[in-house]
Design a protein around this ligand. Structure first.
Ligand code: C5P
Length: 240
């Protein structure tokens, strides 16, 4: 069973990752490796983290012509990751080919594939006035989520605030993975649409993605435990 809390490893090197993971030793986590880290450390780091027993969300947000995404996904599937993603803005055909690529490349189970709808850093003003998509963020998110579902994807990345809408449109089994999570004591940084872990659960998120709140904490393990508590997971303490 995958953990509901995904820790975003937004670090620049594998040394920084290992330093961060040391206090969690012995625990199997669900870790997100994004562009910053993957472009530096590549597939080798994924192999190391898998060997340590962690589940991996490889967050590379693919967006290219269908043929390129198909081939890229066949390659990523060989890394035996658990979750990958594409931008729904790439269109239905691109998303269908992404899933095909994952099926062709995977050795045992196909990694789940989710789509980014509107980034949680996007605002309505930016969407309407810069990229010229009219209407509300919710309308765009809903449309992109329906496209992702019709292409055979397993879910979407979205703001927790959008989860009820997505579950209503696409059904409760369609995964909602939600970044934009902050504790009440945190700053928002560059995220514009944020909620607490407890609120995200209440809204129906299947997994929350938490980065800076944990990675920049003075005590990452304690912050992770606080978030687990908010989610309703009790952890048997071992003196940590
Ligand atoms: O530090 P913070 O908790 O804001 O990190 C959120 C993580 O989730 C980052 O790694 C960011 O790239 C990712 N993400 C996001 N919004 C999306 C998809 C992914 O913030 N729509």
């Amino acid at each position: 069973m995958l953990q509901p809390i995904i820790i975003a490893l937004d670090f620049e090197s594998k040394e920084n990752v290992q330093a961060f993971l040391t206090p969690f030793e012995g625990e199997q986590l669900f870790l997100k490796v994004g562009m910053e880290l993957f472009y530096q450390e590549g597939p080798e780091l994924i192999r190391i983290l898998k060997e340590q027993g962690h589940a991996i969300f490889l967050d590379l947000k693919l967006h290219d012509i269908p043929n390129t995404v198909h081939k890229a996904m066949a390659g990523l599937a060989k890394l035996d990751v658990d979750l990958v993603n594409v931008h729904a803005m790439g269109g239905i055909e691109m998303m269908e080919r992404a899933v095909q690529g994952l099926e062709e490349g995977s050795r045992s189970h196909r990694p789940k594939c989710i789509a980014v709808t509107q980034l949680t850093s996007s605002s309505k003003k930016m969407m309407n006035e810069e990229i010229l998509i009219p209407g509300s963020i919710e309308h765009s998110v809903s449309n992109l989520a329906e496209n992702a579902q019709s292409a055979g994807l397993d879910g979407v990345v979205c703001s927790p605030l959008e989860v009820p809408l997505i579950k209503e449109d696409c059904g409760s089994d369609f995964l909602s993975v939600t970044p934009g999570i902050r504790l009440l004591s945190d700053e928002k940084n560059d995220q514009t649409r944020v909620t607490t872990p407890g609120k995200a659960k209440e809204l129906g998120s299947d997994h929350i993605v938490v980065g800076r709140t944990i990675t920049r904490s003075n005590n990452p393990v304690r912050t992770y435990r606080n978030i687990q508590n908010e989610w309703g997971i009790t952890y048997e303490t071992t003196g940590r």
